[in-house]
Write a protein that binds this ligand. Sequence first.
Ligand code: SAH
Length: 263
Amino acid sequence: MKSSESSTPKVMLVGAGPGDPDLLTLKAIKAIRSATVLMVDDLVGDGVMRFARKSARVVYVGKRGGCASTPQAFIEKLMAAEALKGERVVRLKGGDPFVFGRGGEEAQHLREQGIEVEVVNGITSGLAAATSIGVPLTHRNHAHGVMFVTGHAKAGEESLHWPTLAAAAAQGITLVIYMGISTIESLQDGLLQGLAASTPAGVIQHASLPKQRHVQTTLADLAGMVRRENIGSPAIIVIGDVLRATNCMNQAPELGMIQGIAA
Ligand code: SAH
């Protein structure tokens, strides 16, 4: 949605990217700079916050699986109240606001109250995590597509049917799993019903930040590796043959051709 010149109350839902401030969009930086009230998720990197005005009111509304978190209803109420007071409200969310993380619900709730919502994309952590270890998610020698899925079901709902997903992945679809660490044993068991035990699997924790760590193994060893190496949340799991294409320098013939044309 485009911003308007009118005084309609407005909230911007802004993607803060995976953590590295260099991965913010210019539009996100402009929004953060203009905010008088910032409501910030716990996955938003500290480096991102240096763009905020000193005078801005910053409210941390962190939510982490298993930990006490600010209730969603409270966050939505506070955003609406501040916008209605005429504050320039920016809701900063990790990655992209519309890839998991409940940005869709928040936008809906605000619009129902007559509040204008502008959404600014961010680089989602699934993309950043794969790229940070050199994995081209849809390398055409290895994959026909990519699926972004969550390993964490909404309370009271069934999680994904992993064997069905495995059947799709076996057709050459890369799987990128968000929020999958706490359920890694069961998702591994389900995926093994449709994918070879030797399918490459990788896990990237804290993608794009100096504390980033990653492991690479096979689907059969995925949960074991994660527990042995003590990889925790936030992490992205990537499963598929594209992990065999991590070293971009292996593409020497193509690179040579491009250089040849340029010369
Ligand atoms: N909107 C976010 C996703 C929110 S759900 C996005 O687009 O990235 C929260 C999950 O995102 C985490 O459990 C983890 O799976 C993933 N995540 C977010 N930031 C991450 C990071 N820097 N490194 C690895 N995973 C990350």
